[in-house]
Design a protein around this ligand. Structure first.
Ligand SMILES: NC(=O)C1=CN([C@@H]2O[C@H](COP(=O)(O)OP(=O)(O)OC[C@H]3O[C@@H](n4cnc5c(N)ncnc54)[C@H](O)[C@@H]3O)[C@@H](O)[C@H]2O)C=CC1
Ligand SMILES: O=C1O[C@H](COP(=O)(O)O)[C@@H](O)[C@H](O)[C@H]1O
Length: 247
């Protein structure tokens, strides 16, 4: 029997990449505060992620959660990230534990570690010859309040794993762009995540056994300054794309 997976923020870009490849792989329940359009209407729940009762109901009978819903803007103001990203994520973890869900996958971000891109390191950091790597064991170092909210989500995940034995995987997603890497944007090329690698990575987060993980979600780009070794080791991630192939 396919696993039952709750996908929050299903109507967005990351949701599109995941469902584009994996629509038939799982028994999906799709949650978004906006009504979804397309073929998924029968399985959708319209609710705000901060609505504990509605999210709790959406968790019933669910094996795994992929939690994408939130404010994705790097320039988002505090009131928005506090409500949508921090309160909303705490609601997801708490209701997942109450419902006996096995695992929660949290959409973290490159912006949780954006301040490692110091003036001294850039732009060399974005180039293939540069050997600097972040591997997920470093402390968060956000460059904006949105990044702070993602670091908070990772810490909430750590707590719910340690205290409630929930399996938690935080994916520090790079730059998801459809079809090709961002053009004339070295940073974006270094952290490009193709749609098919995105779907494959999230499939691995559903299939693999783990306790608590932080991994980087990028394709196998020559320019990378995020290591994908942990995603390979812990999840069996095998990306197929590389932004250098589009130069
Ligand atoms: N697209 C990218 O390159 C990256 C995305 N991420 C993260 O991945 C997640 C998804 O991002 P995208 O799909 O690009 O964003 P998006 O804006 O395209 O989709 C987000 C979806 O979440 C829903 N949503 C927002 N707040 C909600 C709430 N309070 N309750 C219920 N639904 C809510 C929106 O209606 C939307 O459909 C976000 O958490 C974002 O921070 C992280 C790094 C990079
Ligand atoms: O977390 C996110 O990161 C990507 C890449 O960041 P950018 O500052 O280089 O654009 C961003 O596109 C996405 O909207 C955001 O959620």
């Amino acid at each position: 029997m396919p696993k039952s997976v709750l996908l929050t923020g299903a109507g967005g870009r990351v949701g599109e990449a995941i469902l584009g490849e994996l629509a038939e792989t799982y028994d999906w329940r799709l949650l978004d505060r906006e009504p979804l359009t397309g073929d998924y209407l029968g399985k959708s729940v319209v609710a705000d992620i901060t609505d504990e009762a509605a999210v709790g109901q959406a968790m019933e009978g669910i094996d795994a959660v992929i939690h994408l819903a939130g404010d994705p803007r790097p320039e988002a103001p505090w009131d928005s990230v506090l409500r949508n990203n921090i309160d909303g994520t705490q609601t997801v973890f708490e209701t997942a534990v109450d419902a006996g869900v096995d695992s929660v996958v949290f959409a973290s971000s490159n912006h949780a570690v954006g301040a490692y891109e110091t003036e001294a390191r850039t732009p060399e950091l974005f180039r293939a010859h540069d050997g600097f790597r972040l591997d997920g064991t470093e402390l968060p170092r956000p460059g904006n309040l949105y990044g702070v909210s993602k670091a908070a989500g990772e810490t909430l995940g750590r707590y719910y794993h340690d205290e409630h034995d929930l399996s938690v995987c935080c994916v520090r997603i790079g730059n998801l762009t459809k079809g090709h890497p961002p053009i004339d944007y070295e940073r974006g090329q270094a952290m490009w995540l193709s749609y098919r690698d995105c779907a494959h990575l999230f499939e691995r987060t559903i299939e693999a056994d783990y306790g608590y993980e932080i991994v980087y979600g990028i394709s196998d780009n020559d320019r990378k300054y995020y290591s994908i070794d942990r995603a390979r080791e812990a999840l069996g991630y095998e990306p197929q794309d590389n932004s250098a192939a589009h130069d």
